[in-house]
Ligand binder design. Structure first.
Ligand code: SAM
Length: 234
């Protein structure tokens, strides 16, 4: 019998936010794949899932270089794919851990596309997306009534961001680490700055909440940072 490939969302940080299904699947796994950044920092998803791992489970750390072009996945991706296929052929249940939800701005989406026609069963287990956990953590309603909520990766072109910020009521800004100062200036320009708040590493031991976005100084912004903002209501 061949194995099953599972993509499992572990939520953004607090291990108590894993679903019952995620805990069950992780606890029964033969092999856990923990994605790592190119800088080979520890896998945050693995840290979150740690309390639920079987004692003797094999943990394979894999580096997935950033994907800029879906057509041109690098050799490293092919090697990772082949390693996973060998494990599945050997009958192992393989879990790919992913922060937040697997189908929401996640490396898992690329893995899923790579593996979906390879003949092995795939099951995706949803997780709590970071922005939802952040709304609850901060007591910050994300959308109510007829509000339009927009989710923006701050890595998009400026012009596009301006168009969206001009029309939305509420906004979730993700990946703000690269151009934080520009993003804060844009929120002000579009009348979205008064209630803006940023949280870094929500639910992790070194979580940080910033309510005065203007006065953060020159410190680098952590990759796991999200800004919530909303327009003043009339
Ligand atoms: C590649 S996306 C991953 C999104 C994830 N799949 C989800 O469902 O939330 C990375 C972005 O998610 C947000 N993020 C993920 N975890 C976070 C956390 N613990 N605290 C704050 N923001 C987080 C940040 O905006 C970060 O730049």
């Amino acid at each position: 019998m061949t194995g099953v490939f599972y993509g499992v969302g572990v939520g953004p940080g607090d291990p108590e936010l894993l679903t019952v299904k995620a805990v069950k699947v992780i606890g029964a796994a033969d092999v856990i794949i923990a994605p790592q950044t190119e800088k080979k920092e520890d896998s945050t998803a693995l840290t979150i899932a740690k309390p639920f791992l079987k004692k003797d489970v094999a943990v394979v750390k894999m580096v997935f270089p950033m994907v800029f072009n879906r057509e041109a996945l690098s050799e490293a991706w092919e090697d990772n794919k082949n390693t996973i296929l060998e494990l599945l052929a050997a009958g192992k249940n393989v879990i790919f851990l992913t922060l937040g939800d697997p189908m929401f701005y996640s490396t898992y989406i690329y893995i899923f596309q790579l593996l979906k026609n390879c003949g092995y069963p795939i099951e995706t287990v949803p997780g709590v997306p970071a922005f939802c956990a952040i709304g609850s953590r901060l007591g910050y309603p994300l959308a109510e009534g007829d509000d339009i909520l927009t989710i923006i990766p701050a890595t998009i072109p400026e012009e596009k961001m301006d168009q969206v910020l001009a029309m939305t009521d509420n906004v979730v800004l993700m990946k703000v680490y690269k151009n934080y100062q520009q993003v804060v200036a844009k929120l002000k320009r579009h009348g979205l700055a008064d209630h803006a708040v940023m949280i870094s590493r929500c639910g992790l031991s070194d979580e940080q909440i910033v309510r005065d976005l203007k006065n953060i100084g020159e410190q680098p912004i952590n990759y796991l940072s999200t800004i919530l903002a909303r327009r003043n209501k009339a």
